[in-house]
Design a protein around this ligand. Structure first.
Ligand SMILES: Cc1cc2nc3c(=O)[nH]c(=O)nc-3n(C[C@H](O)[C@H](O)[C@H](O)COP(=O)(O)O)c2cc1C
Length: 545
C-alpha cells in the first residue's frame, strides 16, 4: 500500500534536552523536528507555518496531493453491522460533575450495549453537520473535535458476555453507528497479559481500545501528526470518561501495555494503525479466564487512499516507545511518578468555583451534542470569575490511570488571562493543590497570545488561553520515549474536559496549536525550562449581530 516515504526527522540541536538518557533520544529528536515556527523568520514575507529545524525548515501543512486524500473511516467490508441505539438520557448527573469525575466509581454498574453505543456515538460518531473540501468531497463532523477534522481515531471493545451483547472483540464503525464482530469469545485475558496484570484491566467486563491510523492526519500535518495522535486521543478520552461517569461506570486509563500484543488482538499492524490507549470500563470481581487462541483475521477494510505516505519520524518514535511484553509493561508502570509541585513565588488568588446546586443540570450527553469549536469571541465582555474557577478546578482533578495520578499532573498549566471579572489581565500559573492561580506578570497580552498561537487571532480575542507545559527532561528521564506519549496526551485530556465544561456554562472553546519556542520564550523565566505540549482557549462567544 505504501507508495512513498518521508524521512523528516533531522538530528536537530535539541540543546536543553541533550542530557536525556538513551532510551528517550527518539522523543527528543522528534520533538525538535516537529516544532512549529513562523516561516517568515527564515523566509521573509512567507506567512505560512514552518516545521523542522532551521536547516530543513519547510511549510508545515502538507495535504499537497488531493488525489490521495484519505477516507476518514475504517469500514470492514465483509462483516455485517450490529445495530446500536441512538437514545440518550435527557436527565442524570450534571455534565460538570461527570466531566470532573476521576473514574473511581464504586457503583459496580456493568456496561451494556447501550453504553457502548453512547461511547461510540458521543466520541467518534458523525453529526449531520458537514463541510465540503475543495475537491468537492463532503465530510461529516464528529462529536469530539480533532485536529483539522482529520479524524484518525478508531474505537474497539473487548468484552465478556454482557446482558445484551455476546463476548467478543468489536469495532465501532462511525460511518453507520454500528458494531462489527471481529472475534467471538472472551479475549480479555489477552489484555491482562499484555498489560502485565494491570488490576483495572483484570477487573473490567469491557476494555475500550483506542487506535490511530496515522496517515489520516499526516496527510495534512506531516510528522506533527504524531503529536496530534495524542492530542486528539486526549480530547476523545475526555468524552469517553465523562460518558462512562455519567452512567456511574468506573474507568481506568492504561498506557502501560505490550503494543504488539494489543495490536495483534485487533489485527492492526502497529505501524500504520496502532493502539494509543486502553480504558478499563466497569469493575467486577470475576477475573477473565484464559483467552481462546487467536491468529490473523485477514479481513478486508475499505481502502483509504490509492497510495499512502509513511512518515518515518512517526513510525520510528512509535516503535521506539513501544513495550514488547507484559513484563515490560509492568516494569514501565512501576516507574509511576509525578513532578513535585513548585511552590508559588507571586501573589495568589483563590479560585471560587460554583457550588454544586448552581451547576447546569443537563447531562453530559446533551452537552456533547451542542459542543462545537468557538473561534469568535466577544472582546467587549468578561468571563465571570466563578465560571473561570469552575472550569479550572473541574478540568484538572485528573483521572484514575496506571501511570497518571489524580491531582498531581505531569504538565503545568500556565494561563494568559485577557478578560476575567475581578482578575487583572496577565500571565498566571495554576496551582491545583492550592486551588489558586499565581500572578506571574500583569499586563495586556492579547497580541502575544495571537502571535504565539501560530498567529491565530482567536487566541488574542478569547478570554483565557491555557498552556499545558511539561518539563520534558524529567518526564523522559523517568519514562523513556514512551513518556512523550503521556506528556502530549495529558494536557489535551484536561483541555477536552474543559471544552465540554465551557458548553455547560454557556461559553465556548477551541483546541489550538502554537509556535513551540515562542511559547517557551514568552513564559520565560517562569516556565523553568519547560516545553509547550498543548494549548486551548475559551471565552464568551460573540453572538451574531
Ligand atoms: C487537539 C486540537 C487542536 C486543534 N487546533 C486547532 C487550531 O490550531 N486552529 C483551529 O482553528 N482549530 C483547531 N482545532 C479545532 C478543530 O479544527 C475542530 O475540532 C475540527 O475542525 C472539528 O470541528 P468542531 O470542533 O467544531 O467539531 C483543534 C482541535 C483539537 C481537538
Amino acid at each position: 500500500m505504501s507508495a512513498d516515504t518521508q524521512h523528516g526527522a533531522p538530528s536537530g540541536t535539541h540543546g536543553r534536552l541533550g542530557g536525556v538518557s538513551d532510551d528517550a533520544q527518539h522523543a527528543v529528536r522528534f520533538h525538535d523536528a516537529t516544532k512549529y515556527y513562523s516561516l517568515s523568520e527564515t523566509h521573509p514575507g512567507d506567512e505560512r507555518i514552518g516545521i523542522g529545524d532551521p536547516a530543513m525548515r519547510t511549510g508545515a501543512i502538507w495535504q499537497k496531493d488531493w488525489d490521495i486524500k484519505p477516507f476518514l473511516y475504517k469500514v470492514y467490508e465483509t462483516l455485517p453491522p450490529i445495530e446500536l441505539g441512538r437514545d440518550l438520557p435527557d436527565a442524570g448527573r450534571p455534565a460538570l460533575e461527570a466531566i470532573a469525575a476521576t473514574g473511581a466509581e464504586a457503583s459496580g454498574v456493568v456496561p451494556d450495549r447501550a453504553l457502548l453505543g453512547r461511547l461510540g456515538l458521543l466520541t467518534n460518531g458523525q453529526l449531520d453537520r458537514t463541510w465540503t473540501t475543495r475537491d468537492g468531497r463532503v465530510h461529516h463532523y464528529r462529536t469530539a473535535g480533532g485536529t483539522g477534522a482529520q479524524y484518525h481515531l478508531e474505537l474497539y471493545f473487548v468484552c465478556t458476555d454482557l446482558a445484551d451483547l455476546d463476548a467478543g472483540v468489536y469495532h465501532y464503525c462511525a460511518i453507520d453507528h454500528s458494531l462489527r464482530l471481529l472475534r467471538r469469545g472472551d479475549f480479555r485475558a489477552a489484555l491482562v497479559e499484555a498489560t502485565g496484570n494491570e488490576p483495572s484491566i483484570a477487573a473490567a467486563p469491557v476494555v475500550l481500545v483506542m487506535t490511530s491510523t496515522f496517515w489520516r492526519n499526516a496527510w495534512r500535518y506531516r510528522e506533527r501528526a504524531y503529536r496530534h495522535t495524542y492530542w486528539d486521543a486526549g480530547t476523545s478520552l475526555s468524552h469517553i470518561l465523562a460518558v462512562a461517569a455519567s452512567a456511574h461506570v468506573a474507568t481506568g486509563l492504561v498506557f502501560g501495555y505490550a503494543d504488539p500484543l494489543v495490536d495483534a488482538l485487533l489485527d492492526v499492524d502497529g505501524v500504520r494503525e496502532s493502539t494509543v490507549a486502553l480504558v478499563a470500563l466497569g469493575n467486577s470481581a470475576a477475573r477473565p479466564r484464559d483467552a481462546p487462541a487467536f491468529g490473523r483475521l485477514e479481513l478486508a477494510t475499505r481502502r483509504l487512499s490509492s497510495a499512502e505516505v509513511t512518515f518515518h519520524a512517526i513510525t520510528d518514535l512509535h516503535l521506539a516507545s513501544g513495550l514488547r511484553t507484559g513484563g515490560q509493561a509492568a516494569q514501565w508502570r512501576s516507574r509511576r511518578w509525578h513532578r513535585p509541585a513548585r511552590p508559588p513565588a507571586g501573589e495568589l488568588t483563590e479560585l471560587r468555583p460554583l457550588p454544586d446546586e448552581r451547576l447546569d443540570p443537563r447531562p453530559v450527553e446533551q452537552i456533547i451534542l451542542r459542543r462545537r469549536s468557538t473561534r469568535n469571541y466577544d472582546t467587549d465582555a468578561e468571563v465571570a470569575f466563578d465560571a473561570f474557577s469552575t472550569l479550572l478546578e473541574r478540568s484538572t482533578r485528573g483521572v484514575v490511570s496506571d501511570v497518571l495520578t489524580p491531582g498531581a499532573p505531569l504538565t503545568e498549566l500556565y494561563l494568559i488571562v485577557n478578560a476575567v471579572q475581578g482578575l487583572a489581565p496577565g500571565l498566571y500559573r495554576h496551582h491545583p493543590g492550592r486551588n489558586a492561580v499565581e500572578l506571574l506578570r500583569a499586563g495586556d497580552f492579547r497580541e502575544d497570545a495571537a502571535r504565539i498561537a501560530a498567529r491565530q487571532q482567536y487566541a488574542g480575542d478569547a478570554h483565557v488561553n491555557l498552556y499545558y507545559l511539561a518539563h520534558l527532561p524529567s518526564i523522559l528521564q523517568r519514562y523513556g520515549d514512551r513518556g512523550y506519549r503521556l506528556a502530549q496526551l495529558e494536557g489535551a485530556l484536561h483541555a477536552g474536559k474543559l471544552h465540554l465544561g465551557t458548553h455547560a456554562l454557556g461559553l465556548g472553546a477551541v483546541g489550538s496549536t502554537a509556535f513551540d519556542d515562542e511559547v517557551a520564550d514568552f513564559f520565560s523565566p517562569h516556565a523553568d525550562g519547560q516545553d509547550y505540549m498543548f494549548v486551548t482557549v475559551f471565552g464568551r462567544r460573540r453572538r451574531a449581530r
